[in-house]
Design a protein around this ligand. Structure first.
Ligand code: PBG
Length: 323
């Protein structure tokens, strides 16, 4: 059938018919909100590089978590900023570390909210790399052991899901073994399986004080032109024991999300990263685009590509719009 009998516009002619034939829906159930916790007391400080985002201290983060939960958002992703850093990032697995205390406070204030923790050393090391540096290079195997210690300490503090974001080889296996051996077989692993060495992390590194002091992360994070390699990374992480996998960033990697969705059956998360957020926020602040419409278009595109869940600094704004 062709024109004039076929008219595609018939199914676009009113809001209600568009609603009926809509293929992709973003729901509040898909959203994960990142939270930053730092040492100190009574802190709720705006993050300069990320309009609308804040640093909290462990004593104020509970109230924020309760607010997030009251919007119907199922989960938060927690990042920690310690007040002291060293060569190996040893505060990352301290029993009274900033993340460990924050988990406790979040669980107390909002018991039903899932707590996902970022497992990576870059916020905790003096050199800002995601692992142990030996001879100017990040050493893979010694880093894995430390990541396992970090993940285990998060589980001991009450984390529901640990999310390794360092891109070392074999770290999912190490973490899974540490969890199993210590009675945390029910703690899930959300692996940042296909994480690219992206320029879009810029605002976050400012927020997390985690920019590398020398060099860059290209020797461990993925090379942006490669998509088949992402499938190999994801397959390995699933084999090593990941329950969910992530593609990061999201917007410039929608094809990778799509390919992963065709290929794998486990839940797939996408990280709508800081640079993607700031692009929309700053354009809107400059009066160049409609913030809410652009936000929903971005989130819908990530969902349409095949993500089951979206980690996004827009989670609270989107939740308000969706419920
Ligand atoms: C590192 C980590 C990064 C992000 C999440 N975890 C930055 C990096 O790899 O340099 C980026 C998140 C964002 O940009 O929103 N552990």
């Amino acid at each position: 059938m062709s024109f004039p009998k076929n008219r595609m516009r018939r199914l676009r002619s009113s809001p209600v018919i568009r609603r009926l034939v809509r293929e992709t829906m973003v729901s509040v159930d898909d959203l994960i909100y990142p939270l930053f916790v730092r040492e100190g007391k009574g802190i709720k400080e705006p993050i300069k590089s990320m309009a609308g985002c804040y640093h909290f201290s462990a004593d104020t983060i509970g109230a924020e978590a309760a607010d997030v939960a009251s919007l119907g958002i199922p989960a938060v992703l927690l990042f920690g900023l310690p007040d002291k850093k060293d060569e190996i990032g040893s505060l990352a697995w301290a029993e009274d570390g900033v993340v460990q205390r924050a988990i406790e406070q979040i669980k107390r204030a909002a018991p039903e909210l899932l707590v996902i923790t970022d497992v990576c050393l870059c916020e905790f090391t003096s050199h800002g790399h995601c692992g142990v540096v030996e001879d100017g290079k990040v050493d893979n195997d010694s880093t894995c052991g430390l990541l396992a210690k970090m993940a285990l300490s998060h589980a001991q503090a009450g984390a529901d899901i640990v999310a390794p974001s360092d891109m070392m080889d074999g770290r999912v296996k190490c973490i899974r073994e540490a969890l199993e051996e210590n009675g945390f077989e029910n703690v899930a692993i959300m692996s940042y399986a296909a994480k690219y060495a992206s320029a879009f992390y810029g605002p976050f590194r400012d927020a997390a004080e985690s920019a590398p002091a020398f060099g860059d992360r290209r020797a461990y994070q993925m090379d942006p032109p490669n998509a088949r390699e992402a499938m190999a990374e994801i397959a390995l992480d699933i084999k090593e024991g990941a329950d969910m996998v992530m593609v990061k960033p999201a917007l410039a990697y929608l094809d990778v999300i799509y390919r992963a969705r065709q290929r794998f059956d486990c839940p797939i998360a996408a990280y709508n990263v800081s640079g993607e957020y700031v692009m929309v926020k700053s354009s809107a602040a400059a009066g160049l685009l409609d913030e809410q419409a652009a936000m929903m278009e971005v989130l819908t595109a990530i969902k349409r590509a095949g993500a089951d869940m979206i980690i996004t600094y827009f989670a609270k704004d989107a939740a308000k719009l969706l419920t």
